[in-house]
Design a binder for this molecule. Structure first.
Ligand code: KG4
Ligand code: ZN
Length: 382
């Protein structure tokens, strides 16, 4: 991947600030990046390398944890070396290392965190174990200099949540999915339509030639107030239509696939926007002051971004969405979360960091009072 900003090796204001190496291995992407946080709080992304090989998992119809963990072991050294090379830096030039410590597939998280511990011991610098969800949450502060507070709609393969972000490490969950995560629903829809993986981008491409109004899909939780989400009913409705449209050879006509992909995408986007609209009302922010941040892999979807933008315009809010490549998993978001914690004096003492155990589950914020935690592939567990 391209070096985004040239590194200036000769001192001066261009090199002021801490350089953090970020490592991300919580799912199937092996990623590493170098990010500088300047003293004024702005970011310089020195490199951002993401290695994903969907073919590894293609035959199994989804990510296989053991295969993912093994490929992280094989690739992480190369990915880190490439991130350093693209930034024009040596390992000794970095000030700190940050790694995803959860939530995620435990084998992969172990690989990344263990490598980060070894690097921290080599450089004698701080190690910041990062919550993957915090990485997504803070990305807009790196890419768009977004100020606190903001309402966060976090939509990824394992999580779908609305979180009030008052400041660093100050998170309050307003709602979450009661069954599937949004990305999971896209991935399952792709599978039903025979589109393969990664599901989200494939459904989005298939929907380009489709008519969203041909199929009338149900609106989830239509009569229930609040900020929770549900995607399992949509998935069932898609399955029923797909079965009806499939011929004796197990094939669906191209136009039917396109129309159903478009209908699903539109229904998912409308649901996300409605529930987010409810959260905006709950937030009680003065007119013209509200900021909605959308993050996570599904935030790369153009239809979802457009419908959220319309919702924001109606309510006098501003939508802040990172560039698509920083929505899906990457090392820069982990480096940045580490850099923010480092700057705030929140990096743990090195002995504590070296003893930090990887976590399969690690909620960003507790659920609202008296409520069971919502669902999702990594969600209910998180
Ligand atoms: O944040 P992410 O890269 O990994 C997790 O933390 O889960 O999100 C991956 C999810 C996958 O379910 C993928 O299908 C979905 O994000 N996704 C999309 C798009 N790009 C990725 N969903 C809809 N439209 C997209 N363009
Ligand atoms: Zn993610």
């Amino acid at each position: 991947m391209a070096n985004e900003h040239a590194h200036k090796p000769n001192g001066g204001p261009e090199t002021a600030g801490e350089v953090v190496l970020g490592i991300e291995t919580s799912c199937d992407d092996t990623a590493a990046a170098l990010v500088r946080r300047r003293p004024d709080g702005t970011a310089q992304i020195l490199s951002n390398v993401v290695w994903t090989d969907h073919d590894d998992h293609a035959a199994f119809g989804g990510v296989v944890p053991e295969i993912a963990a093994r490929s992280h072991v094989e690739r992480l050294d190369l990915v880190v070396a490439r991130a350093l090379r693209e930034a024009g830096m040596a390992i000794a030039d970095i000030d700190a290392v940050a790694a995803t410590a959860g939530p995620g597939l435990i084998g992969g998280v172990m690989v990344g965190l263990t490598a980060a511990k070894a690097i921290a011991m080599t450089i004698g610098g701080p190690l910041i174990p990062v919550n993957h969800l915090e990485g997504h949450a803070l990305t807009v502060r790196m890419t768009d200099r977004a100020e606190f507070p903001f309402l966060l709609l976090l939509i990824s393969g394992g999580h779908t949540q609305l979180v009030w972000v008052a400041g660093l490490d100050d998170y309050r969950r307003l709602g979450s999915t009661i069954d599937d995560a949004a990305g999971e629903a896209f991935d399952k829809t792709a599978k039903l339509l025979g589109l393969g993986q990664p599901g989200g981008p494939r459904v989005e491409s298939a929907a380009v030639g489709g008519r969203a109004d041909r199929y009338d899909l149900p609106e989830p939780l239509k009569t229930r107030p609040g900020c929770d989400f549900s995607f399992s009913g949509l998935k069932t409705a898609v399955r029923e239509i797909a079965v009806r449209m499939t011929d004796a050879e197990g094939r669906m006509a191209g136009q039917d696939v396109a129309d159903l992909a478009a209908a699903f995408q539109h229904a998912a986007a409308r649901h996300l926007a409605r529930r987010t609209g409810n959260a905006m009302e709950l937030a009680g922010v003065a007119s013209g002051q509200g900021r909605l941040v959308v993050a996570g892999g599904v935030a790369a979807n153009c239809t979802i971004r457009a419908i959220l933008n319309t919702e924001c315009e109606c309510k006098g809010w501003r939508l802040i969405a990172p560039p698509a490549k920083y929505c899906t998993d990457n090392g820069a978001m982990i480096a940045w979360a580490g850099a923010e914690r480092l700057a705030a004096g929140m990096a743990p003492p090195i002995d504590e960091a070296l003893a930090f155990a990887p976590r399969a589950r690690w909620p960003l914020a507790p659920p609202p009072e008296g409520r069971a935690i919502g669902g999702g592939r990594k969600g209910p567990k998180a």
